[in-house]
Design a protein around this ligand. Structure first.
Ligand SMILES: Nc1nc2c(ncn2[C@@H]2O[C@H](COP(=O)(O)OP(=O)(O)OP(=O)(O)O)[C@@H](O)[C@H]2O)c(=O)[nH]1
Ligand SMILES: [Mg+2]
Length: 452
């Protein structure tokens, strides 16, 4: 196990490869001393002012490796809370590798994935939901995802959790105060007031937990599955939305056997589009396999487009759509009339979604319809990207508050009520990382890369 307190760690903080700039980050008690060994400039890392940038060169003996800038952050005013130096050098793999080699030879060690942020957490520079926001910013698949994670990093979520905690502590305080006077059978606060206060917190906790789905859409993208009977034009639509010929299109029913997934950005949202095998009765085992996969893909989609071939009749796919709607109760299933270049558009009803995957007509409207659905599914997301870990804990808290509410109803003793409330407060601490265990930290940091 690495020693968290005494090691000085270093790593490339920027993506490896060809780039204008690269940044090597060094953190720990010997950060300045190790840089002093190889940096030559108007000031050394040890003598440079806090939060300053010094230009100079990095070298081994007389050999100059690169001209660099040193950014110096003195503990505790740094990302990790330790002494930190960020060495800006030219991009490309060789220079930064050489600088890191120098640091390793002088006694630093290569940072583990996420170790800089782990130190920031252990030194209380960030709480756990802020740490998770850092991972979300790095991985954000959409502009709004990144913006929301940035607000979370700035403390938006932390503040909200703090307000839950304050509210629960208030109720707990009142119940405990009454306990002190229990002999005298006093009720300081009318029960209805406690109930209202708890209901208000419960409502907010449930809203926050309920935004986890929308958050996952912003974090990792929106999955749209295109399904339908063979030859409906699913692969053609897939290509039309992607603006390139990715899937094979042919007039032979059963062309797509597996499924294909590609990502695109629509209005700043990451959309994962999935083309599936046509659904029909068949004895062909490969095709059957494809159809089984289609069913599992559809279950994981955030939106399903049932593509209907109008040349087979406008209602040809109605039964399929209805069947999917029943099976996927909470996922929007939309019927899209395709091949409208083959019919008189006068026969379409108002409100029908239609397109021609061949001519491109109606495709833009379909894109906008996808965006509408994304907006609807992410509207509950405000300043936090709630993840599964947090949502699970928030639901436990909600259950606890509900049982306190029941307890109030059934005139449970203040003692019993206080036990549930204290549990909720403790779980809030687990969300922010006030109480943590190494397993939780390991899971959280498993999403990090080296250098973060
Ligand atoms: N006229 C017309 N033909 C289309 C349109 N979209 C697709 N087609 C044709 O319909 C046939 C089937 O298209 P595909 O995109 O392969 O259909 P699919 O639904 O992926 O078919 P499977 O993968 O076999 O299930 C091809 O000959 C396409 O050129 C359209 O909008 N108008
Ligand atoms: Mg196909």
């Amino acid at each position: 196990m690495h020693d968290v307190k005494t090691d000085t760690i270093c790593a490339l903080a920027t993506p490896p490869g060809v780039a204008g700039l690269a940044v090597v980050r060094v953190s720990g008690p010997r950060a300045f001393e190790l840089c002093d060994l190889n940096f030559h400039g108007s000031a050394s890392a040890s003598s440079a002012a806090d939060h300053s940038i010094t230009f100079g060169w990095w070298g081994v003996g007389d050999e100059r490796i690169d001209s660099v800038t040193l950014m110096v952050y003195r503990s505790p005013r740094s990302y990790t809370g330790e002494d930190v130096v960020e060495i800006g050098c030219h991009g490309g793999v060789f220079i930064s590798d050489k600088i890191i080699d120098c640091l390793l030879n002088s006694g630093a060690r290569l940072a583990d994935p996420g170790e800089f942020t782990r130190r920031a957490f252990l030194n209380r520079k960030l709480d756990l939901v802020q740490v998770e926001a850092v991972a979300d910013i790095i991985h954000a698949a959409s502009e709004r995802g990144a913006q929301t994670a940035a607000r979370q990093l700035a403390g938006g979520f932390t503040k909200r959790l703090e307000s839950f905690r304050t509210g629960l502590l208030e109720v707990l305080g009142l119940l405990e105060l009454e306990l002190d006077f229990s002999e005298e059978d006093v009720e300081f606060v009318p029960r209805h007031q406690l109930r209202e206060q708890l209901h208000a917190i419960l409502h907010e906790v449930l809203l926050t937990a309920g935004s986890a789905h929308g958050a996952s859409v912003l974090r990792s993208g929106f999955h749209v599955a295109v399904v339908g009977y063979p030859n409906a034009g699913k692969s053609s639509l897939f290509n039309a939305l992607l603006l390139r010929n990715r899937a094979i299109v042919s007039d032979r029913p059963g062309t797509t056997r597996d499924y294909l997934a590609e990502s695109l950005l629509i209005d700043g949202y990451a959309v994962h589009l999935i083309d599936t095998a046509g659904i029909r009765d068949t004895d062909d085992t490969i095709e059957l396999e494809g159809i089984a996969i289609t069913e599992s893909v559809v279950k994981q989609a955030d939106m399903v487009l049932v593509l209907n071939d109008v040349t087979e009749g406008l209602h040809h796919s109605d039964a399929l759509k209805e069947d999917l709607e029943i099976r996927l109760s909470s996922t929007p299933v939309l019927l899209v009339q395709n091949k409208i270049d083959c019919i008189d558009t006068g026969s379409l009803s108002n409100g029908d979604l239609w397109c021609s995957a061949r001519t491109g007509e109606g495709i833009e409207a379909l894109r906008q319809r996808i965006v509408t659905s994304i907006r609807a599914q992410t509207s509950g997301v405000q300043d936090v990207l709630v993840n599964d870990r947090q949502a699970k804990l928030l639901r436990v808290i909600a259950d606890n508050i509900s049982s306190v509410l029941h307890g109030l109803e059934s005139k449970a003793s203040n003692d019993e009520l206080a036990v549930d409330l204290r549990l909720s407060i403790r779980i809030l601490g687990e969300i922010t990382g006030e109480t943590w265990n190494p397993d939780v930290l390991d899971t959280v940091f498993s999403r990090f890369c080296i250098g973060k």
